[in-house]
Design a protein around this ligand. Structure first.
Ligand SMILES: NC(=O)c1ccc[n+]([C@@H]2O[C@H](COP(=O)([O-])OP(=O)(O)OC[C@H]3O[C@@H](n4cnc5c(N)ncnc54)[C@H](OP(=O)(O)O)[C@@H]3O)[C@@H](O)[C@H]2O)c1
Length: 381
């Protein structure tokens, strides 16, 4: 079947007047020039006109290069695509201007369509640290300045809680155009959606497929079977049918195409309701309101392999090391693990690589990984 082009009507108007496509390609974990090129090529062919990157994905340069090479091939120009990137938590605060300019130079673009503060915290500080509100305000002021210069056509935030949003709305000169947060049938975020509606902020979804894990949910499988669509299409349709823009990530050209075919069918009201009834507040990604309890007193009684904690990005990253001796050596190709800041290493009897995988997701321990660590802690402490 030839791809159904994503027409300009499949977009939402931002409070800046810009149109943002309802469908964009997520690029987290799309790494390396060849993989990025292949995915962008498939996406442009399938009708995607929006791409979601971030400083921390380390693929801004590859995305910029792929677009420069591929736009002419698809008969498109820079103006035909909508590029999003995000300020890394390490640049939150004083370095925000530098961070945003670095994104522009990595992408090699004169302007970025949408630039978001990726996370309300600051790398190296706990979520509730007193410096974070000032850092957020400083970042926002830098983004406002670059917006005024036309370098960031729209500015917004990601992973903000209702409290962060309310504070920003009270202090900003330029209101955020977008709030990008995790959103799928198991996490419907009614409070944030209502707030966005009230403030005129576009609510945008990430991890619509639950990082792939929702694709085997029995209710979603049943709805998909009844409407002769794939589970991914049902999940994406459920969001866009409510006017919520989505950013499915795939590195596979067939799945990239499949995920674009969500504008030629409708889910019935009962099916929409069935999906929305799955809401249980479940997160596959990080929780900006959560302070991970594993950071409470660490026991030196626990031996075997060690789970080393450090203040990493805005939260604490835990990593597993067999033996636990050399704390700074890279771990199975994962980033090296720093020396813990406020606590000594937590030893944990059998931290699994599965847990490390879970923790290697964007910035955070997933809730299940956090729960497993807490359980283990409670059993052993
Ligand atoms: N602002 C933030 O803090 C934040 C956080 C998370 C995500 N995001 C953004 O949102 C994007 C999407 O979220 P996400 O990457 O977490 O996960 P997602 O889009 O929910 O799921 C991606 C996973 O689903 C698989 N997949 C995609 N389409 C599929 C299909 N049709 N059938 C079967 N499997 C399929 C992908 O594998 P293959 O690649 O092998 O197809 C990948 O493993 C990110 O890439 C990023 O741009 C932002």
């Amino acid at each position: 079947m030839s791809p159904m082009p994503v027409s300009s009507s499949h977009s939402v108007a931002l409070n800046t007047g810009l149109q943002m496509p309802l469908l964009g390609l997520g690029t987290y974990k799309l790494c390396g020039p060849a993989d990025v090129y292949q995915a962008v090529d498939a996406a442009l062919a399938a009708g995607y006109r929006s791409f979601d990157s971030a400083a921390v994905y380390r693929n801004e340069a590859d995305l910029g290069k792929a677009l420069r090479e591929l736009l002419p091939k698809h008969g498109l120009t820079r103006e035909d695509v909508f590029i999003t990137s995000k300020l890394g938590p390490k640049d939150q605060g004083m370095r925000a201007m530098e961070g945003a300019l670095h994104s522009l130079s990595q992408l090699d673009l004169e302007y970025i369509d949408l630039y978001l503060i990726h996370w309300p915290g600051t790398q190296g500080l706990p979520v509730a640290d007193d410096c974070n509100p000032g850092n957020r305000a400083q970042s926002w002021a830098s983004l406002e300045e670059l917006h005024g210069q036309g370098k960031l056509r729209a500015i917004g935030v990601s992973n903000y809680t209702p409290a962060h949003m309310s504070a920003l709305m009270q202090s900003c000169k330029v209101p955020p155009a977008v709030l990008q947060v995790e959103f799928h049938p198991r996490l419907c975020q009614p409070e944030l959606r209502n707030l966005c509606k009230e403030f005129g902020v576009c609510f945008q979804a990430y991890s619509s497929l639950g990082k792939g894990e929702l694709l085997t949910d029995p209710v979603i499988l049943e709805v998909a079977k009844n409407c002769e669509r794939t589970p991914a299409q049902v999940l994406l349709r459920w969001a866009v049918q409510q006017g919520v823009p989505v950013l499915p990530k795939s590195s596979n050209p067939e799945r990239i195409l499949q995920n674009a075919e969500v504008f030629d069918f409708t889910l019935s009201d009962p099916d929409m309701d069935r999906l929305s009834a799955l809401d249980c507040g479940h997160r596959f990604c990080w929780d900006p309101s959560e302070r991970f309890l594993i950071l409470t007193p660490l026991s030196s009684r626990l031996t075997n392999s060690s789970l080393i904690l450090r203040s990493c990005r805005p939260y604490f990253l835990a990593a597993h090391r067999e033996g636990g001796a050399d704390k700074d050596r890279p771990l199975n190709g994962k980033p090296s693990v720093g020396v813990p800041t406020s606590s000594s290493p937590l030893a944990c009897s059998s931290t699994s690589l599965e847990m490390v995988e879970a923790m290697d997701s964007e910035f955070s321990l997933t809730r299940p990984a956090n729960e497993r660590i807490k359980d283990k802690w409670n059993r052993q402490a």
